[in-house]
Ligand binder design. Sequence first.
Ligand code: FES
Ligand SMILES: [Fe+2]
Length: 289
Amino acid sequence: MFADRCPHRGAPLSAGTVCGASLQCAYHGWRFNSDGCATHVPSQPGSLIPSRARLDRPHAVVERYGLVWLAPDVPITEVPAFPEWDAAGFDCVRSTFVRTSAGAAQLVDNFLDAAHFPFVHQATFGTEAAAEVVERGVRRSGWEIENTFDTWYRNRDDPLVASGLHDEVQPQVLVKRGAVSLCVGLQLGFPVTGATIGILFCCTPERDGVTRVYKLLARNDLGGDAERIAAFVEDEDRILEEDLAILTRYRHNDVPVDLRAEVHTRADRLSVAWRQLLGEALAEEGLKS
Ligand code: FES
Ligand SMILES: [Fe+2]
């Protein structure tokens, strides 16, 4: 695997073609072998090819949770943990893959937020009962942060709601895990039904103005039932659409790491902690403006 950039004039190598065992750049036709070394320069046949004419390799590439994770340089953190993905009794599935104009950091900031449920998600799980955010406090370990929220939701697929044995509005315990990355882990615990859902929400900035969103889902109360799994995915797609409806209306697509740029309350402590992490990481890399 190589960076999508030709060492000659930076053309995207993804526009090139494979010729036998070589990759040919679409711009000036330079060819590279499977080690990434240039082997042919059509404009200077027969002359010595500079040793720097080689493709950049990422530091590491691993496959985990059905996705390929690529670290261009030495990563600050590991691939995020997603314990529900491999746990017994969980059905694992991906929500519909989405490309959006919302920024990756905006998406993560939104996923860490627990104050928007009654407003953004009023057509799905949101309830007035969740308006006040009750959280247990941010815990930090290295480049990772975590908070637990004791909140409420509208349970729309509990059969005992229809029969009147359960209230529609039920408690849920959310454990949100962030890191200095564009992925967030979420575990949803439902004390009334005993179910658990795990979500790993992964955002990849593809280019300016385009973010790819992968939402990995694991749930332990579906018993492998294909219809219920499909309904679960559909519901998670709808929830993401609700978030995107607000995020894509922003006139900017980034998140300020300067905490003075926006106003925060105690309810925002997790996203504040995440912005602090990003600020620290950028300062360490000498990138903070
Ligand atoms: S940019 Fe690739 S050969 Fe010139
Ligand atoms: Fe949301």
